[in-house]
Design a protein around this ligand. Structure first.
Ligand SMILES: Cc1cc2nc3c(=O)[nH]c(=O)nc-3n(C[C@H](O)[C@H](O)[C@H](O)COP(=O)(O)OP(=O)(O)OC[C@H]3O[C@@H](n4cnc5c(N)ncnc54)[C@H](O)[C@@H]3O)c2cc1C
Length: 456
């Protein structure tokens, strides 16, 4: 029996081998810049499949990569010549409206979660693109429109079901395997495969949301106003700052098509009138080119940008945490915004204050609770021949701004950047993470990730 048939004999989901007709389609990652060729892909249908895949990898000395939503910038959901344990068929979501919780399968995407919870007028804080996997985003932290009001995604995580490196199954939460539960809240996929997440939900249904845009000549003034405004704004209001190129499609006004602009993308948990009042000072800055803030169902806001960022584009990004944006940093931001090389490239500053900042830095593995923003510079383009151009722009922009950052980045916005960058992400939490790693994965079986080594 070959390896594929042998694994298939204990597995409900399909096993995809190099010679399977759907191999190339199945192995694709969101970031088309990364092209990995696993020896086998175990598409898991349930927890039993995950256990059998882990045991099979041990028996056959295969390196394992775990794919949730496949969005990881560095392509950490796949591996050359190893076993990809693919969770993307495990996407069920069960909402309990009485306890306001959701049980979410390990391969779900946030679009699945938003769809299921919205029916009950509830939501869990997550990211801004609905196709992102719950697995990778949650285990790395989780930033999005509800961060200021309800915290990071991990601050709303109540429990995980996990398959560990030896194939055993555990539950980790506030009462069981508490060290593991501490580590998975920010420590990524280092400790095992999460087969389901239980989240706390919040009453969020219709939001008042959308972008405000300015031509680049007003960008410095907007960013200077925004940096003071945002950190003092009520927590019902969230706005991430961006540089972008206006898409040449309706509903954007034609005179803005393909213009480079400064933007703030808002999401307010209140009435349109209150939002209008809160945002009124922004109307006085320069000449606002677009006020696109309007009532929207929360899932519509969560998926607003999906159309501009489909799978299969080239991606290269660099990031840092930021505590303050001084005048020199503003100047450098505007300089680099003027050089946005192709229309999908962008820069975002995601707020991390409010509820997220009230959780002590050692309460979860996520160590940068004192940062005010996660900055991410994103080179994106559909055309592989632009890969170098977008990468060069990203690196040069990042090098300009890095001296004005806190010196480390959000782990989910990192490429393959080496051990020192990973250690910096976790600050004083790193030694404890290494201890937990040693306890649960002493052989570093799960190392295709932003790797925490089982040694201090
Ligand atoms: C378009 C886009 C938008 C984004 N927006 C946001 C945002 O708004 N906020 C934010 O915080 N982040 C955002 N991100 C970053 C995102 O959080 C990371 O890319 C994350 O790694 C994606 O998770 P995934 O499950 O889709 O990725 P994958 O590539 O499948 O996995 C990423 C890593 O997580 C591990 N992993 C995944 N699932 C599991 C699991 N169930 N158990 C154990 N390990 C697992 C994998 O092994 C791998 O190491 C965005 C990314 C993209 C590409």
């Amino acid at each position: 029996m070959n390896q594929s048939s042998s694994l298939q004999s204990t597995h409900r989901g399909p096993i995809v081998a190099v010679d399977s007709p759907d191999y190339d389609e199945t192995r694709k990652l969101y970031n088309a810049m990364i092209d990995k060729r696993p020896a086998l892909i175990a598409r898991c249908a349930d927890v039993a499949d995950v256990i059998s895949a882990v045991k099979f990898a041990h028996q056959n000395s295969l390196t394992v990569a775990v794919r949730g939503g496949g969005h990881n910038g560095g392509g950490l959901g796949s591996v050359d010549d190893g076993l990809m344990i693919d969770l993307s068929l495990m996407r069920g979501v069960r909402v309990d409206p009485m306890s306001r919780t959701a049980l979410v399968a390990g391969g779900a995407r946030f679009g699945d979660v938003d769809h299921a919870t919205h029916a009950f007028g509830l939501a869990v804080p997550s990211g801004i693109i609905s196709t992102t996997g719950v697995g990778g985003l949650t285990l790395g932290g989780g930033l999005g429109y509800l961060t200021r009001k309800y915290g990071l995604t991990i601050d709303n995580l109540l429990s995980v079901d996990m398959v560990l490196a030896d194939g055993s199954f555990v539950i980790a939460n506030a009462d069981n395997n508490t060290d593991l539960f501490w580590a998975v809240r920010g420590g990524g996929g280092n400790f095992g495969i999460v087969t389901s997440f239980t989240f706390r939900l919040h009453p969020v249904s219709t939001v008042v949301a959308g972008p405000t845009l300015w031509q680049l000549e007003d960008a410095a003034e907007v960013l200077k106003f925004y940096r003071e405004f945002m950190v003092n704004a009520p927590e019902d209001l969230y706005g991430f700052f961006a540089f972008l190129t206006v898409p040449n499609v309706a509903p954007f006004p034609q005179e803005l098509w393909l213009k480079k602009v400064a933007a703030v993308v808002w999401c307010y948990l209140g009435s349109p009138q209150e939002a209008e009042k809160l945002l009124a000072p922004f109307r006085k800055i320069g000449k606002m080119a677009l006020y696109g803030v309007q009532p929207l169902p929360y899932p519509a806001m969560q998926s607003m940008f999906d159309i501009f960022y489909p799978p299969g584009h080239q991606w290269y990004w660099r990031a840092d945490f930021v505590k303050e944006i001084n005048d020199k940093a503003v100047e450098l931001h505007v300089k680099n915004a003027n050089k946005l090389p192709t229309p999908n490239c962008t820069m975002h500053l995601y707020p991390i204050d409010g509820a997220a900042s009230r959780v002590p830095s050692n309460e979860t593995a996520w160590a940068y609770r004192d940062a005010k923003w996660a900055e991410v510079i994103v080179g994106v383009d559909p055309n592989p021949s632009n890969a170098k151009v977008i990468k060069d722009w990203t690196v040069s922009y990042w090098e300009d701004l890095h001296p004005y950052s806190m010196g480390a980045a959000y782990v989910n916005f990192m490429m393959d950047e080496g051990a020192e960058r990973i250690r910096a992400t976790y600050r004083e939490n790193y030694p404890r993470l290494a201890e937990v790693k040693k306890r649960y994965d002493p052989e570093n079986f799960f190392h295709v990730n932003q790797n925490i080594k089982p040694t201090t």
